[in-house]
Design a protein around this ligand. Structure first.
Ligand code: HXC
Length: 257
């Protein structure tokens, strides 16, 4: 399957999706959304894939939702179509999804990176929610996910002034997990994805689901949820194998069973 706005490469159990609209700095239009949903659906169902890396170009991860496509829309169009709700499906992807960010991650681009499980960035990465400069506000989760990631002070600063923050500031604020050299970006992200894909898939997916629950419910409910998932992993062969391998001082051979 070929896509108009995306490139797909697989390396072992890792899929690499590259946003590919260089002429528009990877602005996210409706074709990107349709293709991302289709591709992630396929990767979700593919037992050979354990983790996914999402990246853009050196200049831009994505410079936001496509302003040229949005410009002429009316309230009824966006309201009746619940414009942007489809992007939430990306946040619902159940396998690990790592954002490898270089250059601009603005507006919807920043929001898309935040829908991923963690962000690895280069020193050139710039994050921001500049929607206010266009007379609108973030519409794909920016006011919510950014606030949870960096706290109220910085989220307000970014959403109200529209300024960008660099990779260093984003890492100190907790938005970015690691900063790596430009030429190592994809390698580092793929190495992380490969490592994750080598663990028991049920444990990996439950860890992701459980961390995400921390943003949805109270601490006591989250702890209970985590504990029940933890209990359920004792029904897997991989738990037996992982613990036996530790005791036998050998590498575990997980079977995703
Ligand atoms: C459509 C875009 C675009 C975007 C860039 N381009 N961003 N097209 N939508 N979000 C296009 C430009 O029009 C231009 O096309 C080409 O990409 C290169 O961009 P330049 O501006 O010439 O590059 P540069 O001078 O390097 O500036 C880079 C930039 C700037 C600082 C990132 O492009 C910029 O400010 N972009 C918009 C960022 C933004 O506001 N994002 C938020 C969008 S709203 P041509 O054809 O002229 O070569 C959003 C959510 C909205 O994401 C939520 C509403 C509910």
């Amino acid at each position: 399957m070929t896509y108009e706005t995306l490139l797909l490469e697989t390396r072992g159990r890792v899929a690499i999706i590259t946003l590919n609209r260089p002429q528009a700095l990877n602005a996210l239009n409706s074709t990107v959304l349709i293709e991302m949903r289709q591709l992630l659906g396929e990767l979700q169902a593919d037992a050979g894939i354990g983790a996914v890396v999402l990246t853009g170009s050196e200049k831009a991860f994505a410079a936001g939702a496509d302003i040229k496509e949005m410009q002429s829309l009316e309230f009824v169009d966006v309201f009746l179509g619940d414009f942007f709700c489809g992007w939430e499906e990306i946040a619902g992807f159940r396998k690990p999804l790592i954002a490898a960010v270089s250059g601009f991650a603005l507006g919807g681009g920043c929001e898309l990176a935040m829908m991923c499980d963690f962000i690895i960035a280069t020193k050139t990465a710039k994050f921001g929610q500049p929607e206010i400069t266009l007379g609108v506000i973030p519409g794909m989760g920016g006011t919510q996910r950014l606030t949870r990631a960096v706290g109220k002070a910085k989220a307000m600063d970014l959403c109200l002034t529209g300024r960008m923050m660099d990779a260093q500031e984003a890492e100190s604020a907790g938005l970015v997990a690691r900063i790596v050299d430009q030429e190592r970006l994809l390698e580092e992200a793929v190495a992380a994805a490969e490592k994750i894909a080598g663990f028991s898939q049920a444990a990996v997916m439950m860890a992701k689901e459980s961390v995400n629950r921390a943003f949805e419910q109270t601490l006591s409910e989250g702890l209970r949820f985590e504990r029940r998932l933890f209990h359920s992993l004792f029904a897997t062969e991989d738990q037996k194998e992982g613990m036996a391998a530790f005791i036998d001082k050998r590498k575990p051979a997980f079977k995703n069973r």
